[in-house]
Design a protein around this ligand. Structure first.
Ligand code: CP
Length: 335
């Protein structure tokens, strides 16, 4: 049997996802356990984190396991990922050794590796986590690369806690302004999970340049078809917000501008009005608002929205702890 990883929710059926969410709900009710007793997880961060690091470390501890945090290039050796290269650059060791050595020490390897933001055709290959999955002999967990599947589960759980069955709920994924071009990972993931839950999903963004990668648009359309929902793109704020049950916000860089962001800046700067505010939320069906966090207040969403009862971003952040316990426990249980 091939080794099962947690790299993308697209590798998991709707029934698999529902089972993970059920297990997460059980962990939320009863946070301590021994599912990881005597087990360990290596958490490799190539990029900063607050929620992911804290929730994975604590989650392992709550289940009797041990987490080791490593930052390659900072407190661990820089790693080479390209095959068959003469390693005369910065990297001191190759993923072929790193992944196999870690697999001799730990039972799970979790990786955060953002895109380089220079060439989307390169970044979309997700080479770092794929190399870990190729060389490791233990399960690998995605802690955010070009998708963020743990965030997806936390988001879905927060929505199910508010609405119960999500089928047919009107869901808006809205681009928002941010001074810097950010990763598309959470936006890709929002499309994947919202369509997998059978919601009627609108991707609201300033121009066609901000539509997400065709791979995720296609997965979204396929998920919608299989789960009774729909997926459409809109550039009309009022039309998208009207009647929405869920507003999920994220900023991301437009894919055609990877590597020459100076040309994207005028477009980005012209769409600061995509901020989530009370007037837009008033168009919704008494909808909820969420965001993966971190969030710049009064840039992506106003204080009034963040501090309103409609905001479930803190619930979603808490749920990271519960869903990641479910992911780690289920991967360990299958070994
Ligand atoms: N949402 C999320 O992954 O938060 P961190 O970047 O703080 O881990």
């Amino acid at each position: 049997m091939s080794l099962r990883h947690f790299l993308t929710t697209q590798d998991y059926s709707r029934a698999d996802i529902d089972a993970l969410l059920e297990q997460a709900t059980a962990f939320k009710r009863s946070p301590r356990g021994q599912q990881l007793a005597g087990k360990s997880v290596a958490l490799l961060f190539f990029n900063p984190s607050m929620r992911t690091r804290t929730s994975f470390e604590l989650g392992a501890f709550h289940l009797g396991g041990h987490a080791i945090v490593l930052s390659p290039g900072k407190d661990a050796w820089p790693i080479e990922f390209r095959p068959n290269v003469v390693m005369d650059g910065e990297a001191e060791e190759h993923i072929a050794e790193v992944a196999r050595v870690l697999s001799r020490y730990v039972d799970l390897i979790a990786v955060r590796a953002f895109p380089k933001f220079q060439d989307w055709s390169v970044d979309r290959e997700d080479a770092v986590i794929k190399a870990f999955a190729q060389h490791a002999t233990v399960p690998v967990i995605n802690m955010e690369t070009i998708t963020h599947p743990c965030q997806e589960l936390a988001h879905a759980l927060a929505l199910k806690e508010r609405f119960g069955d999500l089928t047919g709920r009107k869901y808006v994924l809205t681009w928002t302004y941010h001074p810097k071009p950010l990763n598309t990972a959470v936006a890709n993931s929002a499309l994947l999970i919202a369509t997998k839950m059978g919601m009627d999903v609108t991707l609201l963004c300033p121009t066609p340049d901000y539509v997400l990668d065709e791979r995720y648009m296609a997965f979204g359309a396929q998920n919608a078809k299989e789960n009774g929902g729909s997926l459409k793109v809109s550039h009309n704020i009022e039309e998208a917000y009207r009647g929405a049950d869920v507003v999920y916000a994220k900023s991301w860089g437009a894919l055609p501008f990877f590597g020459h962001w100076e040309n994207e800046k005028p477009i980005r700067d012209a769409h600061k009005h995509f901020i989530v505010d009370e007037a837009k939320m008033a168009l919704t069906n008494n909808g909820v608002f969420s965001h993966c966090l971190p969030l710049r207040r009064n840039i992506k969403a106003t204080d009034a929205v963040m501090d309103s009862p409609a905001c479930i971003a803190i619930d979603e952040a808490e749920n990271r702890l519960h869903v990641q316990k479910a992911v780690m426990a289920s991967l360990i249980a299958q070994r």
